[in-house]
Each structure stands twice: as structure tokens, then as C-alpha cells.
Write a protein that binds this ligand. Structure first.
Ligand code: ADP
Length: 491
């Protein structure tokens, strides 16, 4: 039987370019599919960082200017994990200083519609009879709004492969003024409720949700939440209508990259059988971040984008109250200026007890996961979340709000769950400062009950968050979509 061919289109892939969880998924899911025998190839824009790290490559196709989309070339290379990579090289759109979506001042690139319109259009072409490549996928897997227009383009190109789109975060939708439709080269007829229109704008994500064969999102709980007004961000109607084609699959984590026994960023590697290394990592972290070298106080860790979604504001608000507890707090993050400033101010007000590093620092994120005793992740909403899974693997029980994937991946510590071996953290409902404070207090008092704390840590580290389970669930979705298409053709 020939291998299933999948084109995985995405705007970021770890370790080449990363702003958040999408990159982690795009690095790990194709690798897991590849190991399962799928012929999967990644399509990614040629940002400077990607081109720098590409290594030996070939130019395999070129695309002419089309509507308002500039000409581009397609380069083929290979990821370090052996997954083939197709890089969309278009210097006028991607060759610039700054991030994938924003300039160095944190403003969205003004031509994002064209930047990701081109990515979507090329994904669609490669998945159609018009592809310039000899390799043609059986299925196109799109991710988030940046590739959301691909199913719309494919709808108008003959011989298109079926499409799956994964929502990593519904809050990011890629909404642009209606006029952009001409530059994107889409027919005016698709600017309607039954198409790409969303409250008067053209929405990349809405397009993907409307035209794709199947929708997935990154946890079963989030799949339910986004069908309701509170977390549906205006898309709840469409998502409920399509609920039969909506599947929640919990993300896995990259267990090679996030392994306390081999983690290259740690001064001391450790495992559940040899936990002494964790204490040494705590000391190294305290040193690095300028915290007091107490070994008896639980160290709370935070690694997060500093945004409203992540609930960091509430944590910062209660930080002075937390200082009445026997704890230290180590924070790493970047995002909204006011939150960054508040975190910095707290570290000045409580030197040695609160430390804040503002920025994006891969090494430090690993060191916090390993060196902290308790991880705090009070997201208001969280499609899946990765850090709570990393922290469990690193024996750092997380405190989480009962939302999205946090509720699917952390089991609240109670006498019963401790006894049956499922307890893996502290889960609180009704997001507010008092409930967060109470959950932290609960975790801290548990920490001082060391025999039980050790059981909790062991439970955490025994959990299986590997991608193989999730990859198998994606394969099932692919197979379902392909068989439905085949059935449709035969009728
Ligand atoms: P999101 O994708 O919403 O930001 P996730 O928990 O799903 O949240 O994934 C966040 C990823 O980004 C994790 O791998 C986390 O370690 C990483 N991360 C977030 N902020 C930082 C930072 N300031 N420095 C290093 N890594 C970070």
C-alpha cells in the first residue's frame, strides 16, 4: 500500500522559528506522523531565520506574480528530524527584521494579508492538479488563520485535495478589510456569509472553518468551549453548525526536546528515580535569576506570553499577598508593556523573592520548568497549553484554571486522586484573584507535606504526553476525511 501523503502548511515550526505553541506542534506532529509511516512535508515561509538554518536545499518550483501576490520560489530542504521541508521564498514579503507577524515594535506587519495569502495560495496549488511538483499530497493540513485561506483557494481550483484545518487559538483570526479580496485573487462571490465574510471583514480563519472538510482543535474540552458564545469569538455559530466535523485532539509534547534526563539546557539532568538533580537545577535557577538561595521555600515558576489570555495580570495583582506565604516567584515572559513593567516593578520591590526576566528565552524556559517546584498557569482560556504538560514531565506540579486543554491534562490533587495515582496538579474554577490565591495556598501547604508531595511529583512524571497518541488520532481524522471524499465522488 502506498504511503499517505500529507502537506502540513504552517507559519512557524520549532526549532526554526517560534512565537508560541503552534511552532511546537508544527515541529512535533509532522515528526510523529513521519515515524508512523506518513509521507508528510511541511510548507513554511522563508523568514530570515528559516533561510539561515535551511542548510543544503534545491529550488523546486517558482510561481509567477498573481493578482496582488508577488512572485515566489519554493525551496526544498529537510528538518533535522528528517521531515521534508518546503520553504516559500519571497523576499519582498518575508525577508525582514522582526517576528513572523509583527515588526520589532510589536505592530502587525501591514501586509500580513498578502504574506499569508501567498502562503495559503501556494499550499492550495501544491494540493491541486495545478501543482508544479511531482509529489502531490492526498490531503492538506492547514493550521490557524495564516493558512486558513488555503481551503478557500482550493475550492476554486479543480482537482483539489481534501483539507483539514486545526485551530490552535481561535482568538487570532486574520480579519482584514473586504477590499483585500481583489489583491488576494479570490472571486468576489465568496465574500458572503457562506464564504470568507465575517462581520463585514474578510477572515482567513473563517474561510478555513467554512471551506475545510474537517476542523480539529487542540483539546477535547476546547472543542466544546468554542461552540459557545463565551469562547467562540463570534465563530460559535459556524462551529456548532459544523460540530459533526469538529474534533478535539490533545496536543502531545516533544518528549525528546523536553526530557529532564537529557535536556541540554540544564546544569543537572534528572529523572523520577534520581530527583537530586532537580534540587541542583533549583539552585542554578535561583542563581541565574538573582533569587535568594533558600532551599526550603517552594519556588513558583511562570513561563508565558504576557497577555490577558494567560491571566498573568491576576498573578501580578496577588503577588504582594503571595509574599506573605513562604514562597519565591520566578517569571519569564514577554508581551504587553504594562504587564512587563508590573513584573519588573515587583522584582524590584521584592528582591531575592521575586525575579522577572522579560524576553523570549528558550534555555531559561527549560530551566524554570526544571528548577521551579510549582508551575503557575492561570490562563483565562487555553486551547491546549504546553507548559502545564512540560511542567508535569519535569516533576513541577502545575496550578491551572479549569479551562480548555488545562482541564484535559491536569488532574486536581485530592485525597482520592492522590490515592488512585491520577493527581498531577492543582485545578481551580471561577477565574479570579481569590481563587487563584487559594489554589496557590493549597499547593504550598501540600509542598510542605513532603511524603505526599513526592507521590504527586512521581505521578506527574509518569504521565504519557508523547505525540504518538495524538498523531494516531490525527491519522484517524485524515482517513475519515479521505473516505468521505471517496464516497462523495462515487455518489
Ligand atoms: P501559547 O502558544 O498560547 O503561547 P503554549 O503553552 O501552548 O502557549 O505554548 C507556549 C510555548 O512557548 C511553550 O513552549 C513555552 O515554553 C514557550 N514560551 C512562551 N513564552 C516564552 C518565553 N518568554 N521564553 C521562552 N519560551 C516561551
Amino acid at each position: 500500500m502506498s504511503k499517505l501523503r500529507v502537506l502540513f502548511a504552517t507559519s512557524e515550526v520549532a526549532p526554526l522559528i517560534k512565537t508560541g505553541g503552534l511552532a511546537d506542534v508544527s515541529g512535533a506532529l509532522p515528526a510523529a506522523l513521519h515515524r508512523s509511516g506518513v509521507d508528510v512535508r511541511i510548507l513554511l515561509p522563508g523568514y530570515p531565520k528559516v533561510l539561515e538554518q535551511l542548510g543544503p536545499h534545491k529550488v523546486v518550483a517558482s510561481f509567477d506574480r498573481w493578482a496582488g501576490l508577488p512572485a515566489a520560489r519554493l525551496l526544498s530542504g529537510t528538518m533535522a528530524n528528517h521531515v521534508p521541508l518546503l520553504v516559500l521564498d519571497c523576499p519582498v514579503l518575508y525577508q525582514r527584521e522582526g517576528g513572523p507577524y509583527q515588526n520589532t515594535a510589536g505592530q502587525d506587519w501591514p501586509d500580513n494579508a498578502l504574506r499569508f495569502g501567498l502562503l495559503s495560495r501556494v499550499a492550495a496549488l501544491l494540493a491541486s492538479a495545478e501543482t508544479p511538483l511531482s509529489w502531490r499530497p492526498d490531503l492538506l493540513h492547514c493550521n490557524d488563520w495564516q493558512t486558513g485561506l488555503a481551503p478557500a483557494y482550493l475550492h476554486f481550483i479543480p482537482g483539489g485535495a481534501p483539507t483539514v484545518i486545526t485551530i490552535h487559538n481561535l482568538a487570532f483570526q486574520g480579519n482584514f478589510p473586504a477590499e483585500i479580496i481583489t489583491e488576494l485573487g479570490l472571486p468576489a462571490s465568496c465574500f458572503s456569509v457562506e464564504g470568507v465574510e465575517f462581520y463585514g471583514n474578510l477572515s482567513f480563519l473563517k474561510a478555513g472553518l467554512f471551506y475545510s472538510d474537517h476542523i480539529t482543535t487542540v483539546s477535547p474540552n476546547y472543542a466544546k468551549e468554542i461552540q459557545q458564545e463565551e469562547l467562540g469569538f463570534g465563530m460559535q455559530g459556524l462551529l456548532s453548525l459544523r460540530s459533526a466535523q469538529l474534533t478535539g485532539i490533545l496536543n502531545g509534547i516533544d518528549t525528546a526536546e523536553w526530557n529532564p534526563l537529557t535536556d541540554r539546557y540544564l546544569t543537572n539532568n534528572y529523572s523520577h528515580a534520581r530527583m537530586f538533580g532537580k534540587a541542583l537545577n533549583k539552585r542554578a535557577l535561583q542563581n541565574r535569576m538573582g533569587l535568594g538561595l533558600e532551599s526550603g521555600l517552594p519556588l513558583l515558576g511562570v513561563v508565558s506570553r504576557f497577555t490577558y489570555q494567560k491571566g498573568v495580570d491576576l498573578l501580578l495583582e496577588i503577588a504582594p499577598r503571595l509574599m506573605e506565604l513562604p514562597v519565591q516567584l520566578a517569571m519569564l515572559g514577554s508581551g504587553e508593556a504594562a504587564l512587563q513593567e508590573a513584573a519588573r516593578a515587583l522584582s524590584h520591590r521584592y528582591p531575592g523573592r521575586i525575579a522577572a526576566t522579560i524576553g523570549f528565552d528558550e534555555a531559561l524556559s527549560h530551566q524554570i520548568e526544571a528548577g521551579a517546584d510549582i508551575f503557575v498557569m492561570p490562563s483565562r482560556f487555553e486551547p491546549c497549553g504546553l507548559n502545564q504538560m512540560y511542567s508535569q514531565r519535569y516533576g513541577t506540579p502545575p496550578i491551572v484554571h479549569a479551562t480548555g486543554g488545562l482541564a484535559d491534562s491536569v488532574v486536581d490533587c485530592t485525597p482520592e486522586s492522590l490515592k488512585d495515582g491520577t493527581a498531577s496538579g492543582f485545578v481551580f474554577s471561577d477565574m479570579d484573584a481569590d481563587n487563584l490565591h487559594a489554589a496557590i495556598r493549597r499547593a504550598v501547604s501540600m509542598y510542605f507535606d513532603q511524603p505526599h508531595w513526592k507521590i504527586l511529583r512521581k505521578n506527574c512524571m509518569a504521565k504519557d504526553f508523547s505525540w504518538q497518541t495524538s498523531a494516531a488520532a490525527y491519522l484517524e481524522v485524515y482517513r475519515k476525511v479521505l473516505s468521505q471524499r471517496a464516497e462523495h465522488r462515487n455518489n
